[in-house]
Design a binder for this molecule. Structure first.
Ligand SMILES: Cc1cc2nc3c(=O)[nH]c(=O)nc-3n(C[C@H](O)[C@H](O)[C@H](O)COP(=O)(O)O)c2cc1C
Length: 342
């Protein structure tokens, strides 16, 4: 069934296909079809003070505005991450800005945080029925200079605090100029310090401490990883999400669209993502959760991340190429992997 749907969708321009697929999903949800198409793997786990039905989540970027939380959640994800959202709405980069590389089971995107702004997302999140943990991924507007980046992240943290189960701080999109400079020692210290302080104030105010995850790039110098792990631990962050898309092109430059600018996702990012994941697991204290994302296209790929130390996994590109079947397949594989080491 998904094969047929995918054939039709792949005839459309990728961004149009994305809209059609999500609207179709919304319709399917209204008629109870998402529950049938999805899976319901039970693998309950508590992490960051949250209860997950299983360890497989939807990665950020598919539902940037929180418009499809219930339909996506109904497919059987253990958790959903929406965003990236910025304080003000912004259109993102000019189209075309998403490209399929089917031979490599990959995508390249340079969307540039197109989104309807944080106020819209908060309204959508407030109305959700999805019972699993909802992560809200926050970023900065493209025209906010890096010296003032913390202000944008704080604005978003304030706005989403009440409705988010966890908040992801995205410093790793390659499509917002200079964003990845926030991985620098000084920049990261300033940003995480500001977020930790504000989170404490918000926790006192709301009587609830919302976990914060940091989402990092796969293209890190190896010496950056211990520094990032140390900063995350020092500022009492709760999780690291490894990783976002890559700017490397070696694996795909010979393919149609292989030289497009942007972030490469899917199978070609798996190895770099896994390297960062494994290094982080070694460097991070065990109470800090690790979320593995990048190149999951099968249950084995998901299990590999669990074996490397991921407590949870997410995917985006695998959903485009494999459809909802991948959710159950990955959830079962991760459950079996986790059971084999406990
Ligand atoms: C079209 C597209 C848009 C994305 N948008 C975001 C985003 O807004 N924020 C974010 O943190 N990651 C975003 N990502 C990155 C994914 O969440 C994920 O980290 C990355 O694609 C690697 O996982 P995958 O190989 O399973 O796709 C996006 C990825 C794609 C393909």
């Amino acid at each position: 069934m998904f094969g047929l749907l995918q054939k039709g969708l792949f005839r459309l321009e990728p961004e149009r296909a994305h809209e059609v697929a999500l609207e179709g999903l919304r319709l399917g949800y209204a008629f109870g079809a998402t529950r049938i198409a999805g899976s319901c793997v039970s693998d309950p786990v508590s992490l960051m003070g949250l209860d997950f039905g299983n360890r497989v989540g939807l990665a950020a970027g598919m539902d940037k505005n929180g418009d499809y939380i219930d339909a996506l959640g109904d497919l059987g994800f253990g958790f959903i991450e929406v965003g990236t959202v910025t304080p003000r709405p912004q259109p993102g980069n000019p189209q075309p800005r998403v490209f399929r590389l089917p031979q490599a089971q990959a995508l390249i995107n340079r969307l540039g945080f197109n989104n309807k702004g944080v106020a819209h997302l908060v309204e959508r999140a407030r109305k959700r029925r999805f019972k699993g943990p909802l992560g809200i991924n926050i970023g900065k507007n493209f025209d906010t200079p890096n010296e003032r980046a913390s202000e944008d992240y704080l604005t978003c943290l304030d706005a989403v605090y009440e409705v988010a189960d966890y908040v992801t701080v995205n410093i790793s999109s390659p499509n917002t100029q200079g964003l990845r400079d926030l991985h620098g020692e000084q920049e990261l210290d300033t940003l995480l310090g500001a977020l930790a302080e504000r989170r404490q104030q918000l926790a006192d105010q709301h009587g609830r401490c919302v976990p914060i995850a940091l989402k990092v790039a796969p293209d890190l110098e190896s010496q950056a990883i211990p520094m990032i792990a140390e900063a995350v631990a020092r500022h009492a962050m709760d999780a690291v999400i490894a990783t976002n898309t890559t700017i490397a092109r070696d694996a795909v430059q010979h393919l149609p669209h292989g030289k497009e600018a942007g972030g490469l996702s899917g199978a070609p990012v798996r190895s770099a993502s896994n390297t960062v994941l494994a290094r982080l697991r070694k460097e991070l204290p065990s109470q800090i959760a690790l979320v593995g994302v990048g190149g999951i296209l099968s249950g084995d790929d998901a299990a590999e991340k669990a074996a490397l130390g991921a407590d949870l996994v997410q995917f985006y590109t695998g959903f485009v190429y494999r459809g909802p079947d991948l959710i159950g397949e990955a959830a079962r594989a991760v459950r079996d992997q986790s059971a084999s080491v406990t």
